[in-house]
Design a protein around this ligand. Sequence first.
Ligand code: ADP
Length: 169
Amino acid sequence: MTTIELVQGDISRESVDAIVNAANSSLLGGGGVDGAIHRRGGPAILEECRKLRASQYGKGLRTGQAVATTAGDLDARWVIHTVGPVFSATEDRSALLASCYRESLRVADELGARTVAFPAISTGVYRYPLEDAARIAVDTVRAARTDVEEVRFVLFDERAYEAFARQLR
Ligand code: ADP
């Protein structure tokens, strides 16, 4: 059984085995969660991302996939980078968003992580509607077969927190 917890705050301050990053496919950093994680985590994370680019991910990390690096100075052992879909009004990309959560948990299992913090993937610059994104996140984690004992959704603002809370009720 995986326990789901909700907290409002900055995910880069969480203390867990693995922090999931809403990265972009370049793996070379960005704004939002990505910026906060790299800022607080220090240069070791970016250094490993660059190595991943030079080896397996020359064309970048594909949408819906996940890969782990060190967590640098964060209070975690790993950062799991995943690339959410950009929201589209004409194409249903929910399967790709679900894949982010499933693949991140699969990587967490490979690592042996027991506590994992997720942001609300794709709900920032990628514009996914919060209610839809929250439903996909909660449903996917609930349905996942994983050894992760605790999933903590870390929501930056009250609006996101409330959207996730509605899905858990
Ligand atoms: P994406 O490109 O996947 O949309 P963003 O980083 O732009 O990623 O936003 C994803 C979500 O993370 C948004 O809801 C945003 O408000 C939130 N967010 C931004 N900074 C942080 C942070 N430090 N901790 C947790 N959530 C954050």
